[in-house]
Design a protein around this ligand. Sequence first.
Ligand SMILES: NC(=O)c1ccc[n+]([C@@H]2O[C@H](COP(=O)([O-])OP(=O)(O)OC[C@H]3O[C@@H](n4cnc5c(N)ncnc54)[C@H](O)[C@@H]3O)[C@@H](O)[C@H]2O)c1
Ligand SMILES: O=C(O)C(=O)C[C@@H](O)[C@H](O)[C@H](O)COP(=O)(O)O
Length: 519
Amino acid sequence: MSPILVLVGPPGSGKTTVGALLADRLGVSFRDTDADIEKLAGKAIPEIFVADGEEHFRALETQAIAAALAEHDGVLALGGGAVLAETNRRLLAEAPVAFLSVELSAAVNRVGMGAGRPLLALNPRATLKALLDQRRPLYDEVADITVATDALTPDQVAEELAAFTGAPVSIHVGGDSPYEVVIGREATIALTEHLDGAARVAILHAPPLREHARRVAAFVGETLECLLIEVPDAESAKTVAVAEDCWNRLGQAGFTRTDVVVGIGGGAVTDLAGFVAACWLRGVRVVQLPTSILGMVDAAVGGKTGVNTPSGKNLVGAFHPPAAVLCDLSTLDTLPESDRTAGLAEIVKCGYIADPRINELITANPKAATDPAGPLLANLVRRAVAVKAEVVSEDLKESGRRAILNYGHTFAHAIEKVEDYSWRHGDAVAVGMVYASVLGRLTGRVDLVDHTRDLLTAVGLPTSYRGAPFEQLLAAMRVDKKAVGNTLRFILLDEVARPALVDDVTEDQLRQAYVEVSS
Ligand SMILES: NC(=O)c1ccc[n+]([C@@H]2O[C@H](COP(=O)([O-])OP(=O)(O)OC[C@H]3O[C@@H](n4cnc5c(N)ncnc54)[C@H](O)[C@@H]3O)[C@@H](O)[C@H]2O)c1
Ligand SMILES: O=C(O)C(=O)C[C@@H](O)[C@H](O)[C@H](O)COP(=O)(O)O
């Protein structure tokens, strides 16, 4: 037995508060070795220090840590000085450890006059400074993850830690047809919970997901009739002709209104599966099992479904919320690196429009951001889904606020169309965000051009486009769904996390932004 997570950190870092919140979130118990020590000694910690001295306290602490590590399988918080003893650090080597770091001023504010903390009884500021200086390298030595808590609420810290543990997280999407987005390494297992009343399941997938789709079919096929429908890969799946083939297969199988369509794949397949389900018998359930980063954080969530037509991207479709979205992070292990990187574009977008912490996390560790086995990607997926869930819960049909999710997309969709869908959507969105940032500057808003270019470059996303001439792109932009009559509308940022729908961008500004993006 071993704890899910051990929390270490100096006084004031919030180990006890965060530990209890995290345990609650994960549905496990919380244990604090300081409480264990008090039980062992039969007195409060300040009394142990006064009556028996620090050395005796440290001996009890080692005893308490060893016992808790052996017996406890929930969240465990250790006292601030637990890392001082080499024996304790050795004991921690086998457990997953999170260091909650805090800067001096925040720590001083949080501990106040140090009530109940014997080492801080005199001059808490100076004592805390000395403690932080002495212990930081020791916390670093034992930690598998460090969370800087200064600017975060205890809930936000608990959220980051929950993602690190890999425990499944469920994010609620509200509105008239509410559903859950489950994120975790075994999320697929939840599929059977969403098949009530079905006699048949149609699983749509592209060739790269054939084996995975077969495994899912074997899993649900024990009780239900399973129809595996393989569709062309990537954007080639998003056509009316492919949708029609799928409807023909459903017809041949006698698919009824209580049967369920399942989309397994990247955003192209989940868009198609959603559209097939939206139209069949005027709407049957669809459960989305996205297997690309982009599918998880964006395409599978929110109920926008559709296909492309020769006139442009996603021009035919329907709003059809899924019954559930199951983001099985283990499926990302086989996602090619270039598609992982492309998926980050929509995560960065969420950072710009709503959650700046996303882009801070990516900037701090751009390489880890696409590592499917690492904790950062799980955290980013969760944060981006939370942004999208919040927006679409309020405005499913894009009658207002939902348009902010289109940041960077006007130019991106134009690139995709003029390049005949040979560009990855995420790559086009990356360039589209640079274009939007230039428009932001040209229209007197915040200047995020360098910030956007630097961030995208750090993760390996493109920042320029040197293909079709401006006129061709402009014509493609004119069929954007946000356009009203002859007026093009763009999502631009007044500030980070303050998106605005702007309808007075001039053609000169559009051309100037094109020049900057293509130079
Ligand atoms: N509906 C929406 O709200 C919404 C939002 C964003 C994007 N989209 C759409 O999503 C699409 C882009 O999605 P995408 O970036 O996932 O591209 P994609 O669906 O084309 O997938 C990219 C490639 O990765 C492969 N793949 C996916 N998962 C894999 C895995 N686990 N292992 C191996 N290969 C895997 C796919 O087969 C494909 O070859 C675009 O069509 C875009 O318009 C829709
Ligand atoms: O969900 C939305 O709303 C979005 O705009 C998300 C976009 O990232 C996504 O690419 C979407 O498919 C674009 O929608 P569209 O209506 O502009 O085709």
